[in-house]
Design a protein around this ligand. Sequence first.
Ligand code: NVA
Length: 311
Amino acid sequence: MRHFLRDDDLAPAEQAEVLRRAAALKAAPYDDRCLEGPRMVSIIFDKPTLRTQVSFMAAVSGLGGEPMVVDGRLAGIGERESVADVARILGPQSAAVVWRTFAQSDLELMARYAGVPVVNALTDDFHPCQVLADLQTVAESFDDLAGLTFAYLGDGANNMAQSYLLGCATAGMHVRIGTPATHRPSAAVLARAQEVAAGTGGSVLVTDDPVAAVTGADVVATDTWVSMGMEDQADLRHGDGGPFEPFRVDASLFGHAAGHAVFLHCLPAYRGFEVTEEVIDGPRSRVWDEAENRTHAQKALLSWLVEQASS
Ligand code: NVA
């Protein structure tokens, strides 16, 4: 059974195939009806959501299926019922299980017991569906993903940074993470990204110099400095003189990127903190395409996973 728990669960050729399907489905949204029946897809949220809920519901409906949104707090997953029991209840009734939660290890448990493909809709460690949508968005601006330089600025230890490392390395890109020395990605994820990049012709760099990270980049991305579940650290992370201030993507920092560079942000965005209005609302920003592409990319992913499960 194939799952999508982290970005490197797709090999380079598989990622390329999913992105090819995503572009095709954007052009012809009703060409794939693989969930016709309708088959149910369980979509569980333990953390807040807007784009992920809407895009997964649209993706499942668009494929002819029935999205079933489950409030994880109401269900009490891991407290009222064990993850394994939830997996054994939802799995047999679903074509796939999609879960946004905290611990990556819980998602792995779900995958072990569900008996159907399990998809990571964000954990503390990874947000791989977002990166698929981001790669689709970048591919709309450039001919080829391989060889592009992708710079991410901000919290280098969060789910977006770690997913960009693995997902962009899989696509053969040169990934740069600009982050304070105190917030580097995990050593294991970094090593894995280097290993993947060695096979795809990409490369990986982590630096505490924001200008070095951005200089000449084709894509510049950032993310909130306060991820969901870290609200108690908001004052420390957003306050004056906080660790991420030098990594704010303003016009001056963005000006070091290539002239044709595009800007990405997974949203929600906190204007004036990780990015300024002139960049996120400016002509190089692709954030609204990025949000729309969640639906197309997830449709393509679900279609591919369901096909794998039945073959
Ligand atoms: N790093 C952010 C991503 C939001 C889509 C968070 O986990 O809150």
